[in-house]
Write a protein that binds this ligand. Structure first.
Ligand code: PLP
Length: 366
């Protein structure tokens, strides 16, 4: 089946034909073959995040990425005597705050504008002002704009105070080098359909075993009980508690093999970064301004301001879609903008084709 367009969206994204082909078999879940696939995935995720398997574990969880974030917040933060600080510079940070509301977790939101980076100095000040903070959460690659937050600079501030750290690395893990051992974070969350280039269907949480072990009974949700999921997966190796997305799991195993074949996270990062540079340079040449300062721009997704107040995004979108690419609307409420992703099975050749199409649109709409 021919794919009608390439997705330039930050997950789901364009996957390879071989990843899609891995889903053509109906697999069972209970036997040792399947459980070995699960165990291999859990191990390989630790390796790609440079997490020591004696210190860390991977818990896989059915659902989209948000299920992984909610399970982590709802399981890591106990019902009493806990205060969560959240550094927010976009919709995914705000989602963590919303999760905290649902769970009636006392939380302190440190808000930044969507086009700003999370500033470690302001976080240091906020932590000094709030010695009661026990847990901290933020987003690594804020997909709202494409800004990359400096988690390496935030972690030491948390370590100094013994604060449990939770990082939403949904749209960066696998596409941006992350060294969990060096970060020494407690929880790091991602999902199948982002930079590992699998399809949607489960999230995964890299957790420090010693911290996860303290969370028995914390969860306020049965299916989102991270501790219980971990117990089942380790006590009966490779077993998921409830029905798992078998096709998605096999596609993910294939995607991990292809990530290794590409040369690993560094090589993939180079490919994404090259696409992002080509996109950013080409779009600016066509008259589009950036939302994010290039100093803080990540390689995942780039936001562009509408070129003028009468810009018709729907028309622009349709023009591009009928010519083979799907882009993304903006998510910054204060800046009329749209986004173009550079993750997935996409390279600079595709980006150059896209730029030619956008150039044609500009010509026709002068
Ligand atoms: C994709 C993403 C999520 C999860 O979103 P889902 O729609 O639940 O998959 C969370 N955080 C970030 C930064 C993301 O990019």
């Amino acid at each position: 089946m021919k794919q009608p367009y390439l997705l330039l969206t930050p997950g789901p994204l364009s996957t390879t034909a071989s990843v899609k082909a891995a889903m053509q078999i109906d697999y069972c879940t209970w036997d040792s073959d399947y459980r070995q696939v699960t165990e291999t995935i859990r191990r390989e995720i630790l390796a790609l995040a440079e997490a020591d398997p004696t210190t860390y574990t991977t818990v896989l969880l059915q659902g989209s990425g948000s299920y992984g974030v909610e399970a982590t917040i709802g399981s890591a933060v106990p019902r009493t005597d806990a205060v969560l600080m959240i550094a927010i510079n976009g919709a995914y940070g705000r989602r963590i705050s919303e999760i905290a509301d649902y769970y009636e977790i006392t939380h302190i939101d440190v808000d930044f504008a969507d086009d700003e980076v999370v500033d470690p100095q302001r976080i240091a000040q906020a932590l000094a002002d709030h010695p009661e903070v026990t847990h901290f959460a933020t987003v690594h690659s804020e997909t709202t704009t494409g800004v990359l937050n400096p988690i390496e600079q935030l972690m030491p501030l948390l370590k100094d105070r013994g604060i449990i750290s939770i990082i939403d690395a949904m749209s960066s893990l696998g596409g941006v080098p992350i060294n969990v051992d060096e970060l020494d974070c407690d929880y790091l969350i991602s999902s199948a359909n982002k930079c590992v280039q699998g399809v949607p269907g489960f999230a995964f949480i890299i957790a420090k075993q010693a911290e996860l072990a303290k969370t028995a009974g914390n969860a306020r949700s049965l299916s989102l009980d991270l501790f219980a999921q971990w117990q089942t997966m380790t006590q009966q190796p490779g077993k998921w508690r409830f029905t798992s997305p078998t096709h998605v799991v096999h596609a993910f195993a294939q995607a991990l093999t292809e990530l290794a074949d590409e040369g690993g996270v560094n090589e993939r990062y180079q490919r994404y970064a090259a696409s992002q540079r080509a996109l950013s340079t080409g779009m600016q040449a066509l008259g589009f301004e950036l939302v994010i300062d290039p100093a803080y721009q990540g390689p995942i997704i780039t936001s562009f301001k509408y070129p003028h107040t009468n810009f018709d995004f729907d028309d622009f979108y349709q023009f591009i879609k009928t010519r083979g690419f799907v882009i993304y609307p903006g998510k910054v409420s204060t800046i009329p903008s749209f986004r173009i992703g550079t993750i997935g099975d996409v390279d600079t050749t595709d980006i150059n084709r896209l730029l030619a199409i956008i150039g044609d649109y500009q010509q026709l709409n002068q």
